[in-house]
Ligand binder design. Structure first.
Ligand SMILES: Cc1ncc(COP(=O)(O)O)c(C=O)c1O
Length: 410
């Protein structure tokens, strides 16, 4: 595709208006919305209102008068519409890591007698760590078994309490067939827990159509909820009366303001929450989710896949360096909205591109990763980014000591 053809796609883009809804530096090509989304302009207003009016003026009254106490369920109910869930099946709380721990423990509580939690080797580390921690805590009542992705389906057996997988892999963007894997788990009596961190706000997800049991996901990537935005969790209605959270806190109690000594779980999605919700962060997240809800999810996915394809095709057409290798599935639908290229100097390569205002990220040991958030990116930008990558390789612009020095956050 030529740059002019990319320009024609921008002119015809039905999502083009969303590009003006974000606060981003001009001239920057931001290919890291899958790590930290940019602020919607409306987030500034929401944060200002939450801080100056609700916090400063309303003070403690705002728990009622500004409906702070309802924010986790309200924002969760909105996220539900993006992931094929009913409003009362989703809430916002904690970090993805914590929610994964709670729901995996909950899955064990729903499958007494079964001890295995099955996941894939090479999954996002925090998921594996949370599951390892849970297994360590449970002694011989739980173990984590990880197998290669190709072996996951065959490894589900009668001892499997839950299969825990990330729908779209954080590095390669390889995408599981949600309906197929969920059905395979159910065929052996296991529950299915999906990590939707790279899916929510990116690709069309229909948890209930797939009969998924449990899911988690984060708010700061494609939902543009801000740094450290709280995460969400989904518990299918059929499990809400029975599932037990391993962390009992007052927000999960049936009547938090009864101040009873003994814990009585809420028996609905609130039972999976724990402590006081982060209201300022929720305000920013709600702005991101509201904006996302204005866009047709099918168009969002189609544009993201088209941007990713444009990047792959253009890089491969322009870049002559044989050391650069595509590390993502070449074609949709087996892929999400980011693209990974392996290169021995991937870290320096990403730094050199950042120096020319194209921001991607690095994932150890050798992956340069580029995300294609559909709401704020255009086709010409992606074409330019592919050319920047090809030029950086051709000129070896990455080959400078300052691009090799690793910062604390890579
Ligand atoms: C698949 C996946 N799960 C979980 C996380 C992080 O979760 P947390 O919200 O706990 O930081 C990430 C972050 O990049 C991720 O990619």
């Amino acid at each position: 595709m030529t740059r002019d053809e990319a320009r024609a796609l921008d002119v015809a883009d039905p999502l083009a208006r969303f590009r003006d809804a974000f606060d981003m530096p001009t001239g920057l090509v931001y290919l890291d919305g899958n790590s930290l989304g940019p602020p919607p302009l409306s987030a500034h207003e929401r944060l200002d209102r939450a801080s100056r009016r609700e916090w400063a003026e309303g003070l403690v009254r705002s728990w009622n008068s500004a409906a702070w106490i309802e924010a986790p369920a309200r924002v969760g109910g909105k996220i539900a519409r993006l992931i094929g869930a009913r409003p009362h099946e989703v809430t916002v709380a904690d970090a993805t890591s914590v929610n994964l721990f709670k729901l995996a423990a909950g899955a064990l509580s729903l499958r007494p007698g079964r001890t295995t939690i099955l996941s894939e080797a090479g999954g996002f580390p925090t998921d594996l760590y949370a599951l390892q921690g849970l297994a360590a805590l449970m002694g011989d009542r739980a173990r984590l078994r990880t197998v290669a992705p190709a072996d996951v389906l065959a490894a589900i057996d009668e001892d499997t309490a839950a299969v825990v997988l990330t729908h779209i892999h954080y590095k390669s963007a390889r995408r599981w067939d949600m309906a197929e894997v969920t059905a395979a788990a159910h065929a052996k009596g296991a529950l299915m827990l999906w990590d939707l961190c790279h899916s929510a706000g990116a690709v069309a997800v229909d948890l209930n159509a797939c009969q998924a049991d449990l899911a988690v996901g984060c708010g700061y990537k494609y939902l543009n909820g801000g740094p450290g935005a709280p995460a969400f969790l989904f518990v299918a209605e059929r499990w809400q009366g029975e599932i037990r959270s391993p962390i009992w806190g007052w927000m999960g109690h049936a009547e938090p303001f009864a101040f009873e000594d003994g814990y009585r779980g809420a028996g609905d999605i609130r039972g999976l929450t724990t402590g006081t919700p982060p209201i300022l962060s929720l305000a920013a997240l709600e702005a991101g989710v509201d904006l996302q809800l204005e866009a047709d999810p099918a168009l969002v996915e189609a544009k993201g896949l088209a941007l990713a394809q444009l990047f792959i095709d253009t890089v491969e057409a322009l870049a002559a360096d044989p050391a650069l290798k595509l590390a993502s599935p070449r074609e949709a639908p087996g892929r999400g909205l980011h693209v990974a290229f392996a290169h021995p100097q991937a870290y320096a390569l990403v730094q050199a591109m950042i120096a020319r205002s194209v921001i991607g990220d690095f994932r150890a040991p050798d992956i340069a990763r580029f995300g294609f958030s559909p709401l704020f990116l255009g086709y010409v930008q992606v074409w330019d980014a592919a050319q920047a990558l090809a030029e950086t390789l051709a000129t070896r612009a990455w080959d400078r000591p300052e691009y090799r020095a690793r910062a604390a956050v890579t």
